[in-house]
Design a protein around this ligand. Structure first.
Ligand SMILES: [Zn+2]
Ligand SMILES: [Zn+2]
Length: 344
């Protein structure tokens, strides 16, 4: 079968190539014909082979966001049968550690990310334990179902790790899919002004998409963000900040625009340590929360919210043929596309 494989511990060296097809080995395995596989930031980092990615398995099939059709099931599989439309979770959690036992599978002590430490989903067929699968609601496309994975991350951040009250003013740093869906969720929760913050390179695709979706935007390299916020909201502070950019400077700016007693939720990973004014955060009693990946419930919510239109990823995604995967990677690295999805 064909798969997108990272072959060397260097920049690039990603190819669409032939690999052996997976076979059902364990009684809980489900074999799936992949229909859509989305490219995520971490796949791009793997492509670039960034310094924090040395722990990767190489060679490896990339990808952790997918949807498809069940082809075959192991003898103990209870909830799925051939022909079912499914999507799968990005992380293999153990199900046995103390966090898994209380449903916090996102912070499993033995978590393994697909496409980084174990073979991923950018392939014609994938084999996956049934406990990591979710049924796709009727009428939802394979592309939307694959994008439910990043949506579940925004849901975990906004609904489980933040409090947005109707009328709140919200700033979202980072106009990628996580940030844009977080902004859509803030809107669904009744936020008043929602401002999405990006940089010059986001002016290509990301900020225009945000504006088209009705959000206010700030280009932090062009505009004075403090002035802009004051102009938009009438106050130098906002009630909620969602940090989805991973830029140290964005997080530092977040600490200056959050009101006393406000919520600051961090959803990104940083390449280096960030200097923060911790004493100010304490004196202002900022509710500083972090949010990491998502739980089984958040996946179900994502599929549900996509199906009933509470969130909409259509304008964020662009489809590529599977054989055209390399161009999809290059376009994403160039910021010419927000969310590339490989279609099979
Ligand atoms: Zn992802
Ligand atoms: Zn666990």
């Amino acid at each position: 079968m064909k798969a997108v494989v990272k072959k060397k511990r260097e920049y690039g060296y990603v190819e669409v190539t032939e690999v052996p097809e997976p076979k059902i080995e364990n009684s809980n395995d489900v074999l799936i014909e992949v229909k859509s596989a989305a490219i995520c930031g971490s796949d791009l980092h793997a492509y670039e082979y960034l310094p924090s990615y040395e722990f990767m398995k190489i060679p490896i099939i990339l990808g952790h966001e997918f949807s498809g059709i069940v082809k075959q099931v192991g003898k103990n599989v209870k909830n799925f049968k051939p022909g079912d439309y499914v999507m799968g979770e990005s992380n293999k959690y153990c199900g046995e550690c103390e966090n898994c036992r209380i449903g916090k599978t996102n912070i499993c002590y033995n978590s393994q990310m697909r496409g980084i430490v174990t073979d991923g989903v950018m392939a014609e067929m994938v084999k996956i334990d049934e406990k990591f699968l979710h049924k796709i609601p009727e009428g939802l496309s394979f592309n939307d179902a694959a994008a439910a994975q990043p949506c579940s991350i925004s849901i975990h951040a906004v609904i489980d790790n933040c409090i947005i009250t109707p009328g709140d003013n919200v700033v979202v740093f980072g106009p990628g899919i996580i940030g844009q869906v977080a902004a859509q969720l803030a809107r669904a929760q009744g936020a008043d002004k929602i401002i999405i913050v990006g940089t010059n390179e986001d002016e290509k695709i990301r900020l225009p998409i945000a504006r088209k979706d009705g959000f206010l935007t700030v280009n932090i390299q062009k505009d004075d963000i403090l002035e802009k916020i004051k102009k938009i909201t009438g106050s130098p502070w906002v009630d909620v900040v969602l940090e989805c950019s991973g830029a140290p400077k964005a997080l530092q700016t977040a600490t200056r625009i959050i009101k006393k007693g406000g919520f600051l939720t961090i959803i990104s990973i940083y390449g280096k340590n960030v200097d923060l004014p911790v004493t100010n955060l304490v004196r202002n009693e900022i509710n500083l929360r972090t949010s990491y990946t998502s739980t089984w419930k958040n996946y179900e919510q994502a599929l549900n919210f996509l199906s009933c239109g509470i969130i909409n990823v259509g304008p964020l995604c662009k489809t590529y043929k599977f054989d055209d995967a390399l161009n999809a990677f290059k376009d994403a690295l160039n910021k010419d596309v927000l969310k590339p999805i490989l279609s099979l």
